[in-house]
Design a protein around this ligand. Sequence first.
Ligand code: 48F
Length: 260
Amino acid sequence: MESLVSSGIINSYFKKLNDSLSADAAVVGGGPSGLLAAAVIAEKGYSVNLYERNLAPGGGMWGGAMMFNKILIEENAASIAEESGMILTPGEKGNFVVDSVQGTAALINRACCSGVRVFNCIAVDDLTFDNNEEVNGVVINWSPVLRQKMMVDPLMTMAEAVLDATGHPAEIAARLACKNGVELSTATGGVAGERSLNVVLGERNTVEFTGEVYPGLFVSGMSACAVGGGYRMGPIFGGMLLSGSKVADLIIERIERKQL
Ligand code: 48F
């Protein structure tokens, strides 16, 4: 029995890993924008790998604000939240309140049920290039290996589109720009950096700056805000869902173009 338990886990995990070596999309970061984008792309029938360096996906959503585990969703994102299985309670001025634990669990569930291959405890450490012209994959390693700074080489998985949904640090876009000296399609040509807090502008900027910043590399959520130089917005999450939905459509367009 003991060896059956082990072989059941090993065989199914390695099948998932092997199947993931070439995917339509690779999503880096399992916060709200990355989870929603991954789910929407997978629901269209495309293969999606999602890498989350922590044990649990969900990013900055579990803790609400200052660990008061409630979040706000604006009216224009309520339908996406509901479609994702979140339980919305009417709040003030057309906004809704969601229990952050229930809302995060619902987004993770939507991604898993739509067929996204979720790899937790795995971090994206770098990108792969096709002739230095476009991003076409990710370089991955176990998070504990990277945290311990062990000298262990990574593996690579290929994708038609890579999404940097790493939140405030915009790690992947920053790495691309700084390691390769390439220009991103932003006002500064690089990662402009996040501005201080303004709820209304922050929510707007997050969606505005969501897009393809280099051929094959897209940004969403706080990463889009940081790359484009937008304001942070605090514990209001409609922008994250709208950003995830917008980037999913853009990525689907690219996948369909590449597969013609
Ligand atoms: O920060 P995060 O929740 O991303 P988001 O979708 O949402 C932002 C909000 O949660 C909040 C906010 C709303 O008003 O401001 O901050 O932009 O989640 C980012 C996820 O990416 C993971 C990280 O652990 C987190 O779960 N992550 C970051 N870098 C890497 C990564 C990496 N290199 N490889 C894998 N995962």
